[in-house]
Design a protein around this ligand. Structure first.
Ligand code: E4P
Length: 213
């Protein structure tokens, strides 16, 4: 499983990129709005730092609007992936983007059949939202398993991005259940690195080193 970061914050992206583990970035309108910056300028900045896929979401809800916006986003850099919501208009847009060679990430996926539809429309990625399902008392990770199994049975190459990740166990389980990628908030990436026994071990090694005769 690969790691994406789920943020539009440039400092976080630069820092995570230096860890050497970053394969891509996902943004969404809420994350961009939080930064209070111009969307296209920020995408240019992000794509200058990260060479992997950078998802940029369309705001339009109709096919024509999505297609126009998505083409403008894709023109910013070759590694832009156009993020499209899981709707009938979104599916039309995914097909049209696929036909002209633009990569897509179908977002707000909450069922395995939605993922299958997105894949058949040509989606490069599908993003099941784990945390938001957990929030309403459904098991988000079960959805990841179902999609992984369905894509395996039908030999589908669309990659699964486990999204709406809230804590380290989501990441561990997403990897075990067959997600190709997890897109993770910066705070959770750092939580994944930490283990109290690692910290204790470093402390003890240093103590012994400094106390040698
Ligand atoms: C994924 O691409 C989304 O940006 C994101 O994971 C949504 O997460 P949230 O449910 O924490 O807002």
């Amino acid at each position: 499983m690969k790691f994406f970061i789920d943020t539009a914050n440039l400092t976080e992206i630069k820092e995570a990129n230096e860890y050497g583990i970053l394969a891509g970035v996902t943004t969404n309108p809420s994350l961009v709005a939080k930064e209070g910056v111009d969307f296209h300028t920020r995408l240019k900045e992000i794509t200058a730092v990260v060479s992997g896929s950078v998802s940029a979401e369309v705001i339009a809800l109709d096919f024509e609007g999505m297609f126009k916006e998505g083409k403008e986003l894709a023109a910013i850099a070759p590694n832009i992936t156009v993020k499209v919501p899981m709707t009938t208009e979104g599916l039309k847009a995914v097909r049209a983007f696929t036909d002209i060679g633009i990569k897509t990430n179908v977002t707000l996926v909450f069922s395995a059949v939605q993922a299958l539809l997105a894949a058949r429309a040509g989606a490069t990625y599908v993003s099941p939202f784990i945390g938001r399902l957990d929030d309403i008392g459904q098991n988000g990770l079960d959805l990841v398993s179902e999609i992984a199994e369905m894509f395996f049975i039908h030999n589908i190459e669309t990659e699964i991005i486990a999204a709406s990740v809230r804590h380290p166990m989501h990441v561990h389980e997403a990897a075990m259940k067959g997600a190709h990628i997890a897109t993770i908030p910066f705070k959770v990436i750092n939580q994944l690195v930490k283990h109290p026994l690692t910290d204790q071990g470093i402390e003890k090694f240093l103590e012994d080193w400094n106390n040698q005769k």
